[in-house]
Design a protein around this ligand. Structure first.
Ligand SMILES: Cc1ncc(COP(=O)(O)O)c(C=O)c1O
Length: 381
C-alpha cells in the first residue's frame, strides 16, 4: 500500500473484509457516490432515534433544537475544513448545482452586465447557457474541439476587462480534467462550480466570491447544494428577485427559510465529521493523490490503456480512459462488474471507462481495480 495513505488507512476501519461483510462492491460511480461505511452505519443507526432525542432522523422537525444542532455543526465543519473566512456565508440549498448555474448569474449580474466562462466540459457549457438568460456571457476559453482534454493554463485565456466575474468548473466530472491552480483572473471576481472536487483538493476560498457544489460526490447524498458567498457577492444582489432564488432569503434564515433537506444535511455533517477525524482536508488531499497516482501509474504503464486527459490537467477525482481496442471496453466493463468493481462505465460524451475516486472511495478499491486491470491486460493484451 502507498506509504502516504498507510497513516490514514490504519485509522480507517474500511477493509476488504469489512466491505464483504455487507456485500458491498467497489463502487467507482460518479455520483451519488460511495460514502465511508462508518458513516453509512452511523446514519442507519440514527434512523429510529436521532441522538437520543426519541425522534427518528427522517421524522424530526427542522425547527427542533435537535436539527438546529445538526445544521450548526455541519456549517461549522464546512467553515473549519475549508478555512472559510468569517465574513463569508455558508448555505445549504436545494435544486442541485444545476440551479446554481442560473442563480449565481441572477444574483450577481445586473442589467447589461457581463460574465466570462472557461468552458471545459458539459457542466460549464450548461452553466454558460443558463447565465446567458440573464447577462452577456461568453466563453473565454473552450476546449470542445479537442474533446475537452485539458483545462486552460496560465496565460492561455483572456477575459473581458469589464466582466463582472469569471466562472469555471474546478473538476470536470465527465472528462476527468481538473485545475491544479486557481485560474488567474487578476483583480477579477471568481465563481466556481466545485461539485466534484470540493473537500477533496486544496481550495483558497478567499480567492472566490461564489463557490457552489452538489453534495453527492464528496460531501454526502444528493439533494443538498453547498453554496459559499463572499460579502462582495451579497453586495451585488439587486431588488425584486424571486424569493427562493435570492441568496439573501437563505442567508437571513440560516438556510431554513423553507424546509431544508434535513436528511441530506445530517449525512453531510457525518461525512465531514469523518473527514475531520481522518486528517481534515489535508488527509483527504493526500488520500486522493495516492489513489489517483496508483491508477495513473497503471494507465501509463502500457499503451493498452489510453488516458483521456492531457497529463497536466489530469483529475485526481475522476480518472477517464479508453482502450487501444475499443471493442474490448464492453468486455472490460462486464468482467469488472462480475469481479465486484462497479460504476466504471464512462459518461456517454467520452465513452470508455471512468473511475471516480471521491473521498469515500477507499484505496483498497483502487488496488482491486489495478489488480483487475493487470489481469485483464495479461489475457486480452
Ligand atoms: C461539475 C458538476 N457540476 C454540476 C453538476 C450537476 O449537479 P446537480 O445534479 O446537483 O444539479 C454535476 C453533476 O454531476 C457536476 O459533476
Amino acid at each position: 500500500m502507498n506509504p502516504i495513505y498507510m497513516r490514514w488507512a490504519e485509522r480507517l476501519v474500511i477493509t476488504r473484509a469489512h466491505m464483504a461483510e455487507h456485500g458491498r462492491i467497489h463502487n467507482f460511480g460518479a455520483g451519488p457516490a460511495v460514502l465511508p461505511l462508518e458513516v453509512v452505519k452511523d446514519v442507519a443507526s440514527s434512523l429510529p432515534n436521532l441522538s437520543g432525542s426519541g425522534f427518528g432522523l427522517l421524522e424530526v422537525s427542522h425547527r427542533s433544537t435537535f436539527f438546529q444542532e445538526v445544521i450548526d455543526s455541519a456549517m461549522g465543519r464546512v467553515r473549519r475544513i475549508l478555512s472559510v473566512p468569517d465574513d463569508y456565508h455558508i448555505l445549504f440549498l436545494q435544486g442541485g448545482a444545476s440551479t446554481q448555474f442560473y442563480m449565481t448569474a441572477l444574483n450577481l449580474l445586473g442589467d447589461g452586465d457581463k460574465a466570462d466562462f472557461l468552458v471545459t466540459g458539459g457542466w460549464s457549457q450548461k452553466a454558460l447557457k443558463e447565465a446567458n438568460r440573464i447577462g452577456d456571457c461568453v466563453a473565454s476559453w473552450d476546449d470542445s474541439d479537442r474533446g475537452f482534454k485539458s483545462v486552460p493554463m496560465k496565460g492561455e485565456f483572456e477575459v473581458r476587462e469589464d466582466a463582472t466575474y469569471v466562472h469555471y468548473t474546478s473538476n470536470n466530472t465527465l472528462f476527468g480534467t481538473q485545475y491544479h491552480e486557481t485560474p488567474d483572473v487578476g483583480q477579477g471576481h471568481l465563481v466556481v462550480d466545485a461539485s466534484s472536487d470540493i473537500c477533496g483538493v486544496p481550495i483558497d476560498v478567499s480567492a472566490h466570491d461564489v463557490i457552489y457544489a452538489g453534495a453527492q460526490k464528496n460531501l454526502g447524498p444528493s439533494g443538498v447544494t453547498l453554496v459559499i458567498l463572499s460579502p462582495w457577492a451579497v453586495s451585488r444582489i439587486g431588488e425584486g428577485l424571486p424569493t427562493m432564488l435570492d441568496y439573501r432569503t437563505h442567508i437571513s434564515k440560516g438556510s431554513m427559510f423553507n424546509t431544508p433537506n434535513t436528511f441530506g444535511i445530517f449525512v453531510l455533517d457525518r461525512v465531514l465529521s469523518w473527514v475531520e477525524e481522518n486528517g481534515g482536508l489535508q488527509g483527504a488531499i493526500e488520500r486522493n493523490r495516492a489513489k489517483s497516482t496508483l491508477l495513473y501509474e497503471e494507465l501509463d504503464r502500457t499503451p493498452f490503456w489510453i488516458p483521456h486527459a492531457d497529463a497536466e490537467s489530469r483529475s485526481v477525482m475522476n480518472v477517464t480512459w479508453r482502450m487501444r481496442e475499443e471493442e474490448l471496453e464492453s468486455v472490460f466493463l462486464e468482467e469488472a462488474n462480475k469481479a465486484g468493481l462497479g460504476g466504471l462505465k464512462g459518461h456517454r460524451s467520452v465513452g470508455g471507462i471512468r473511475a471516480s475516486l471521491y473521498n469515500g472511495c477507499p484505496i483498497e478499491s483502487v488496488e482491486a481495480l489495478v489488480d483487475f486491470m493487470r489481469r485483464f491486460e495479461s489475457i486480452h493484451g
